[in-house]
Design a protein around this ligand. Structure first.
Ligand code: HEC
Ligand code: HEC
Length: 403
């Protein structure tokens, strides 16, 4: 961790902000103010001077490149958060895909190997504890990093909003049966609606940051105090080669903030992506987007509940996603909590103009290809897309490129 001299006011603030981890469930209020997108990588508008400073401290830790002396590894995917979250700017997505693996049985059930589904790409020292995909595994999946812009707003959406959108039994018979992913948050112990990650398997940004610190970078912390040790790796050797006492993340002397507090502040206060140029063609494209039911899953508008951070409280925003789990035939074969091997969270489309390649595994190289691969629950929607005139398809793509 970077150590700098700052006044102890941060100790106080740290205590206040940790309260935010318990983002208030909030009431589903109507008529919130619409949030304006910021430049990529900037904080959300309307922060107090203190919140702005917390964002800045969070950004510093997000950028910080760690080494073994600071606890990096023994197994890890990257040396800093920004290494994977920087396209088109800090906080965005990235090009390094991570690897998950496990066993998918013929009856469709998934068996997780001891140590979890993630197999880190690197290790320190290089050879002795390097995870290797085990021969038993018959599913090997790639996952692209996700952009983090506007995630504070997503976290601030009350659970009831997602619950109101789900239709697991497809009672309205539109062929679409989104499911909310109920997860127990490791930090608060509460059951909440998961909304982060390709499998919507986490509900809190504090927890996501702490989990990433351990599983992406190998840095143990108060929430995840033990080193990751994937199946096949000698866990005693992992303990032996790591000389930094756990938890490796601790409060900085100057601010009282831990790395995991800083990540949470950065993630919560990072602004939503700016909308691109909205042409006549894009406006026509949005009408088609609604007509052919893209908007049934890629829901245009959501609203946050009451939140201790004023800039996130009762705000309307446009993520173009319902954050529910769907089967559109692209599933990665990996079970994550209650998310089945064939299910993936609807990818929110805000900022999509900077995101190629598409899908969780980056397997679709352009928007047309991504749309044409929608099936199962999105079968009707894709068919309607195929029946559009060339001009209408172009308008729809122009709309997506304005997000
Ligand atoms: C090696 C690349 C890599 C590094 C390093 C990395 N991430 Fe990620 N990040 C990913 C990938 C891949 C995903 C998607 C994971 C999934 O769903 O399985 C992701 C997803 C996320 C999400 C969920 C975003 C959303 O909207 O659903 C958050 C939050 C996040 N990362 C924060 C962090 C933080 C904080 C750090 C540093 C402590 C970090 N990441 C380090 C690759 C990385
Ligand atoms: C039944 C729900 C559903 C419908 C209907 C639907 N989508 Fe999707 N969409 C998804 C899911 C789930 C994903 C993520 C798939 C993956 O990554 O494997 C996705 C991914 C995408 C992506 C790629 C996003 C990224 O982050 O890589 C685009 C673009 C997209 N959809 C556009 C559309 C358009 C345009 C329509 C209408 C023709 C549409 N979708 C209809 C659920 C849906």
């Amino acid at each position: 961790m970077i150590r700098q001299n700052r006044s102890n006011i941060f100790l106080l603030v740290a205590a206040c902000l940790s309260l935010l981890a318990l983002t208030l469930p909030g009431l589903v209020a109507q008529g919130g103010e619409t949030v304006v997108g910021t430049e990529y990588g900037e904080p959300i508008q309307g922060l107090t001077a203190l919140q702005f400073e917390l964002f800045r401290l969070g950004l510093e830790d997000f950028l910080e490149v760690e080494d073994a002396g600071e606890g990096l590894g023994p197994v890890f995917n990257g040396r800093s958060c920004a290494e994977c979250h920087a396209v088109p700017r800090i906080g965005g997505s990235g090009t390094m895909a991570e690897i998950r693996a496990g066993i998918l049985h013929e009856d469709g059930s998934f068996e997780e190997l001891p140590g979890g589904t993630l197999f880190q790409l690197f290790s320190i020292p290089v050879h002795e504890v390097q995870p290797i995909i085990p021969l038993e595994a018959n599913v090997i999946a790639q996952r692209q990093p996700l952009p983090l812009f506007g995630d504070g707003l997503v976290e601030a959406v009350p659970d009831q909003v997602f619950e109101a959108m789900e239709d697991p039994e497809d009672l309205d018979q539109d062929g679409i049966s989104g499911r909310a992913h109920r997860v127990v948050d490791r930090d608060s112990g509460e059951t909440r609606i998961g909304r982060f990650g390709w499998k919507a398997d986490l509900s809190s940004l504090f927890t996501f940051g702490a989990e990433a610190y351990l599983f992406e970078m190998g840095i143990t912390n108060d929430l995840f105090p033990e080193e990751a040790c994937p199946y096949g790796v000698d866990c005693e050797l992992v303990a032996l080669v790591d000389r930094v006492a756990d938890p490796e993340d601790g409060p900085e002397r100057s601010t009282g903030l831990r790395g995991i507090d800083n990540f949470a502040n950065f993630l919560r206060l990072l602004g939503p992506p700016p909308r691109g140029v909205i042409t006549e063609e894009a406006i026509q494209g949005e009408t088609i987007f609604t007509q052919i039911q893209c908007s049934s899953c890629h829901v245009p508008d959501l609203q946050t509940g009451a939140n201790p951070i004023q800039a996130l409280s009762i705000k309307r925003f446009s993520p173009y996603g319902d954050f529910l789990l769907h089967d559109i035939g692209t599933g990665d074969g990996i079970q994550a909590g209650e998310a089945k091997p064939e299910e993936i969270r609807t990818s929110p489309l805000w900022g999509i103009r900077f995101r190629a390649p598409f899908f969780h595994d980056g397997s679709a190289s352009n928007l047309n290809e991504a749309i044409l691969r929608h099936a199962v629950e999105a079968e009707n929607s894709r068919q309607m897309y195929e029946e559009l005139s060339e001009e209408e398809q172009k308008a729809l793509i122009a709309f997506l490129n304005s997000l």
